[in-house]
Design a protein. Sequence first.
Length: 77
Amino acid sequence: MSKQAKITEIVEKLSGKPLKIGADESLFESGVLDSFALTDMVSALEKEFSLRIPDADLTPRKFDTIERIEAYIEAHS
């Protein structure tokens, strides 16, 4: 399974519904996730990809789209 597919799976699990937006569309502006879901998503990403995301990086901007999340994981793993 690709990184993008794993990220999509995590987002779908958190939102409780299938993801119907493109990989470059905002998860927050589209209403898929809200800012409260950010910490849950980051925890799931840390577990899935075996990495530690520092609190300083916990901003919706860094995790706004599937593509940004994938780029972040590639840069930090």
